[in-house]
Design a protein around this ligand. Structure first.
Ligand code: 13P
Ligand code: SF4
Length: 364
């Protein structure tokens, strides 16, 4: 099982020598490497946290997770750090070490309010960049710098400049799933929870909406504004098919199907509800279906299952390989060694901030 393979023995890691230390590590004091032994005391102290995840984490796995959970929570206090975790993080991260969880918009709103010294972003790189853009003077860390996103890597700032030349005067909206470089070139950002509202807030009859072709189609179906799109796609959501959802429904006509708008349109046609990851979670809390399939990244069903154990989740398990790069051992290393630090050229960050803040200041 991949999550257990990530738990290579690391209890005897040495303190990092000063010469190898990251720039962030040189700004903070060295802390001792905590013990990662599974002891009766660790079991006792982490028992309330295990209660939160016992529906989805078997007892045999908890002795691997618990020492990390204890060490991370202690180091967070010592470093004055907060952990912002996306809804796709695995249950032991989402439920046991995160201070705030949510969709991209909620995490950006939280990032704008943080008053801790350090933000550890448990999500993908564009999310950590968004936190840094909103907090230029804070230390923002991501446990694995390679946690990318197929949408963010589908477009560059240069592409946006060329689009502007091709469509002069047409406003440009970037999904937050883009690099800081791209955010710096656009008029405003949006997320899956406010895309239609952002498009309509500009008062234009045509907009460029990038980079997700499917989110662009979803928005086009819900507004009269003409949408010019880019051909990016989420490698996780584009794998779902309408055919597989119809098969689930044929097997159980009372099944609820809820989907993320990064899915292709024929997949969304099969859904009873479409919304952001937070919108999907709220829908399940409100409607409390007997059986439901969440057409999105697989860990989210685990997280909702932990909260609502009596609901049956049908799981077509598509994992986001980038989100799954974030693990408890890497989070602990982030807090011990202050890595990996997210650094953005200040001139780019300044321009990108305007697009992100313009979105965050919209009412919803
Ligand atoms: P949300 O903003 O809906 O959480 O989506 C982020 C994302 O990357 C979905 O794949
Ligand atoms: Fe990017 Fe898709 Fe992963 Fe979300 S699920 S981070 S859009 S690759």
């Amino acid at each position: 099982m991949p999550i257990l393979q990530a738990f290579a023995p690391s209890a005897d890691r040495p303190p990092m020598p000063a010469a190898d230390a990251s720039p962030a590590a040189r700004r903070y004091r060295v802390v001792p490497v905590p013990s990662l032994e599974w002891t009766p005391q660790v079991e006792r102290e982490t028992a309330p946290l295990y209660q939160r995840v016992k529906a989805v984490v078997p007892p045999v796995e908890w002795p691997f997770f618990a020492p990390y959970v204890k060490a991370i929570n202690a180091l967070k206090r010592e470093r004055n750090a907060v952990i912002l975790a996306h809804n796709y993080q695995t249950p032991e991260i989402y439920n046991c070490v995160a201070d705030f969880v949510g969709d991209s918009l909620q995490l950006a709103r939280e990032a704008a309010k943080v008053d801790a010294d350090i933000i550890v972003q448990c999500g993908v790189h564009f999310m950590a960049e968004t936190s840094k853009i909103l907090n230029p003077d804070k230390t923002v860390l991501i446990p694995d710098l390679k946690a990318g996103c197929s949408l963010a890597s589908s477009i560059s700032g240069e592409d946006v400049r060329l689009l502007r030349q091709k469509f002069p005067g047409v406003p440009v909206i970037a999904y937050v799933n883009t690099s800081a470089d791209v955010k710096a070139e656009v008029d405003i950002c949006c997320t899956s929870s406010n895309a239609v509202e952002v498009v309509e807030s500009l008062g234009a009859d045509t907009v460029i909406f990038l980079p997700d072709q499917y989110l662009a189609k979803y928005v086009a179906a819900h507004t009269t504004v003409k949408i010019i799109s880019w051909n990016g796609a989420c490698e996780v959501h584009e794998r779902f098919t309408a055919e597989e959802l119809r098969r689930y429904r044929e097997g159980d006509p009372s099944l609820s199907i809820i989907a993320h708008p990064e899915c292709p349109p024929d997949v969304l046609d099969e859904a009873d509800y479409t919304g952001s990851t937070a919108g999907m979670i709220d829908w399940v809390r409100k409607h409390h279906p007997r059986r439901v399939v969440m057409v999105t990244e697989c860990s989210m069903a685990d997280n909702v299952q932990a909260e609502l154990p009596d609901i049956e989740f049908v799981r077509p398990c598509n994992l986001c390989p980038h989100m799954k790069r974030i693990t408890l051992p890497k989070i602990l290393d982030s807090l011990i060694y202050l890595k990996e630090e997210v650094v953005i050229d200040p001139a780019i960050a300044e321009k990108a901030r305007r697009s992100v803040e313009r979105m965050v200041s919209l009412k919803r």
